[in-house]
Design a protein around this ligand. Sequence first.
Ligand SMILES: *Cc1c(COP(=O)(O)O)cnc(C)c1O
Length: 380
Amino acid sequence: MNRELRLETLAVHAGAEPDAATGAVTPPIHLSTTFERDPDGSYPKGFVYSRTDNPNRRALEAALAALEGGEAAACFASGSAAVASVLRTLRPGDHVLAPDDLYHGVRKLLQQVFVPWGLAVSFADLSDTAAAARALRPNTRLIWVETPSNPLLKLTDIGALAALARDVGALLVCDATWTPPPVTRALTLGAHLVVHSTTKYLAGHSDVLGGAVVAARADGTFERLRAVQNLEGAVPSPFDCWLVLRSLRTLPYRMRAHCDNAARVAAFLAGHARVASVHYPGLASHPAHALAARQMAYPGGMLSFRVRGGEAAAMAVAARVRLFTRGTSLGGVESLIEHRASIEGPESTTPRDLLRVSVGLEHPDDLIEDLEQAMAEDLT
Ligand SMILES: *Cc1c(COP(=O)(O)O)cnc(C)c1O
């Protein structure tokens, strides 16, 4: 696929060819787990066994590589499997530097699986580049970045951390689940790998679990990742690949609408008397608003806010919404609201009065009116 094409065009055409056998414009779903060998023992079509490669997965991987501007991509059965596979490319004894505010599943995966496996892991405020530099060790091999962070929406300067990573010979890996193209394209800012939970915006309809890693270069690290994908086998089903690829076709348009709606909701919340603070990079009050303008083409579809009156008041707002669905996850067409501390578990350091919102594709005025009625009465 020609990389000169604009994102909307790539999203429609990347990984898409009419089916050679039938002319079908949308791709067939290849459920076969095994592929025929020629009499001479070769595999003339290039497919052997579906754990190793499958036509639907290959098409999705090609499309994701094109959208992120990478040379190669590998898809997984979930975002968590994609994260674990990246960490598997390291060796026991290697050090991983991770952000202090971070998707709780990745924090637990590091602490509960990869520390016992032999990785050294430390957490620092990576939104402060100087603090990140101080936290590096001689054996740091990977810096994990999540920007905006979850759930406080702290921003990290990807270019600055890419330079730090280069200096110490570490990989810079961005969990770009919250910022798929066209919001941020971290590979173009110097990241080596981007990771996605395709469960979220890429699939976009809250109906499929998946993950992906896109690599700037199809180098030795990517070859190790491919080996992990094939040997450990946490691969997505052909149908799941087909669903995610179908969703990618509308990604740029969906993302712009998510971001426009979130900006409207954030502005409303910022002006509401019951709201103590709003965390959203598109607001001029965000401490890294200038970095957001440089690094994000759009301010994103996620935000969080703190409700005056503490946990009970926050729970009351979540209880009174009618249009928002109370639930975890993000990136679907429907707006979700969540009391974050209680899903993160007992070690959570998230403020108890914080609600996280995934702004969907409803009309923003309906969302605002719903929040308005939810906060209209006494919240205690
Ligand atoms: C959801 C999520 C993951 C994990 O992905 P799954 O598909 O649920 O396994 C990783 N990182 C971020 C930022 C997420 O939101």
